[in-house]
Design a protein around this ligand. Sequence first.
Ligand SMILES: *[C@@H]1O[C@H](CO)[C@@H](O)[C@H](O)[C@H]1NC(C)=O
Ligand SMILES: *[C@@H]1O[C@H](CO)[C@@H](O)[C@H](O)[C@H]1NC(C)=O
Ligand SMILES: *[C@@H]1O[C@H](CO)[C@@H](O)[C@H](O)[C@H]1NC(C)=O
Ligand SMILES: *[C@@H]1O[C@H](CO)[C@@H](O)[C@H](O)[C@H]1NC(C)=O
Ligand SMILES: *[C@@H]1O[C@H](CO)[C@@H](O)[C@H](O)[C@H]1NC(C)=O
Ligand SMILES: *[C@@H]1O[C@H](CO)[C@@H](O)[C@H](O)[C@H]1NC(C)=O
Length: 435
Amino acid sequence: MQAAVLLSVLSAITSVSSLVLDVPAEAPQTNILSDHSASNDFIGSIYFMTNQPSGNFVVSASIGADGLLTPAHAISTGGIGGVSHAMPALALDPLFSEGPIAVHERSGLLATVNPGSNTIQLFAVDPKNPTVLSPIGGPAPAGGAFPTSVAFNNAGDMLCAINGAEVGCIQCYSIHPWRGLVPGDMRPLNLNQTNPPTGFANTTTTVRFTPDDTSVIVVVKGDRDVPGHTGFLMSWPVLSVSPATLSANAVIAPAPSIGSIPFSLSYIPGRRAFLVGDGTGVDVFNYQAGLEPGQITNKSIEIPGQIATCWSAYSQTSGNYYVADNLVSTVTEIHVDDQLAPSIARQYVPPPGNTGTNELAVATINGQDFLYLLLPNVTSIGVMRIDGPANGTFVQTLDFSQPAASVNLNITLLMAGLSIYMKDQTHLSRALGPR
Ligand SMILES: *[C@@H]1O[C@H](CO)[C@@H](O)[C@H](O)[C@H]1NC(C)=O
Ligand SMILES: *[C@@H]1O[C@H](CO)[C@@H](O)[C@H](O)[C@H]1NC(C)=O
Ligand SMILES: *[C@@H]1O[C@H](CO)[C@@H](O)[C@H](O)[C@H]1NC(C)=O
Ligand SMILES: *[C@@H]1O[C@H](CO)[C@@H](O)[C@H](O)[C@H]1NC(C)=O
Ligand SMILES: *[C@@H]1O[C@H](CO)[C@@H](O)[C@H](O)[C@H]1NC(C)=O
Ligand SMILES: *[C@@H]1O[C@H](CO)[C@@H](O)[C@H](O)[C@H]1NC(C)=O
C-alpha cells in the first residue's frame, strides 16, 4: 500500500506548534491532536486541497453546531498539484475547474485529483471523526493528463474523472472496498489542448452524473473571443458500473451559454435542468427533451459587472443558488422560478474583500443552511449563515495559512476544491432530481 504522510494541522487559536509525522506501512493510524471523536462538539467536516506543485494535501476543518470551522488535519494525496498556465492575473484559478475534490457521504468516500502527477486518490472518511481520512489503495492513474474534476455517481459505486490537457479524456472507475479505484475504459475528449492547458478557453470544467445515474455530463468552455463558440456539453450513457463503462461515443451538444464560459453544474431539484456559472452571468440549461444537439434550451442572465462567474451551489433554506466570481470577489444569489428563469436576489462581498471567491458548498445544520466559500486570495474559507432568501450573513473568515505553516505545510492561492461530509445525513434523503 502507498505510504501516507499524515500531518495534523493545528487550530490557529488553541494550538501548540508541533508536527505529527506518520509513515505507516499499512493503513495509517490517524493522529488527532484535538480529539473531537469522543465528543459531539462538531457535526461534520469540510475539505479542500492545497494543490501545491511540491506536494498535494487534503486539509480538513471541523464544522461546529454553530456552522463555524476549526482547522483539523492534513493528509498527503500521494501526488502533486498543478497550475494550468502562467498568467498571474488568473493564478487564482489554477485548474479552471469545479470539483477537484468529491465526497460521497452515504458511502463515506472522498476522491481527489493530483493534477501534476496525473493520478486520482480515494480516501475513506472516518464516520465518527470525518476530519480524519485514510487512503484506500494507492493513487490510481487518471487515464490522461491534468485531471481537474471528479464525480461519484449517486449510488456511490462509481467515480469519473476528467483530464483536461493534451491527452484529454474521461476515465471512470468502479470502487473496490480495499483496492480502491478500478479503472474501466477511458474515453477521449478531443479538445486539442496542450499539457498543461494554456487557458480557460476551450477547456473542461466539471463532470457530474445525472441525478438518475444513467449518464455522465462534462461541461466544456467556449471562447468569448470567437463569436458563436459558446462551449458545449459532452454526455455519455453509463453502460455498466463494474467494470466502469461509458458508451463508446460522446453525445456532443452546443451549450447555449450567454458568457461562452459554461463552468459549473448545479442540478435544479425535481427538474431535468441545471444552473451554470458562465463568466458574465448564469445560464439555466433545460434538458427535459434530452441531451442531444438542439434539445437543450437556455434561460440566461447577465450579472452586471461580473467577468468570472464560475462556481455555484444550491441552498434548501433559501431555495436559491449562489454563484462566485473570483476576479470581482463577489457572491451573487440567484433565484430560479418555476419557468426556470434566473433572476438576481442579492449580492454579497465576503470580508475582507478581494478574496478571490472560488468553489462553494452548502451544509444543512438543524434545518439551517450555511454557505462555505473557498477564498484563495486570502488563503481562507468564508462562512455565510443563510436565514432565508436574500438574507445571508458572513459569520467567519478562517485563514489556514498560519495553522498550516505551524506544521510546515504551504497553503497559497493555489488551494482548490471544497466538499463537505456531515455526520447527520438525513438531508441526503431529499432526492435531487427525477429518478
Ligand atoms: C480537435 O481537432 C480535431 C482534428 O483537427 C477536430 O476534428 C476536432 O473538432 C477538434 N476539437 C475541437 C473541440 O475543436
Ligand atoms: C477555441 O476553439 C475555437 C474553435 O475551435 C478556436 O477558434 C479558438 O482559437 C480556440 N481558442 C483558444 C484560446 O485556443
Ligand atoms: C440564452 O437565453 C437568453 C435569454 O434567456 C437569450 O437571449 C440567448 O440568446 C440565449 N443564448 C443562446 C446562445 O441561445
Ligand atoms: C488578491 O490580493 C492581492 C493583494 O494581495 C490584490 O492585489 C489582488 O487584487 C487580489 N485579487 C483579487 C482577484 O481580488
Ligand atoms: C434575516 O433573518 C434573521 C433571522 O431569522 C431575521 O432576524 C432578519 O430580520 C432577517 N432579515 C431580513 C432582511 O429579512
Ligand atoms: C513552501 O513554499 C516555498 C516557496 O514558496 C518553498 O520554498 C518550500 O519548499 C515550500 N514548502 C513545502 C513544504 O512545500
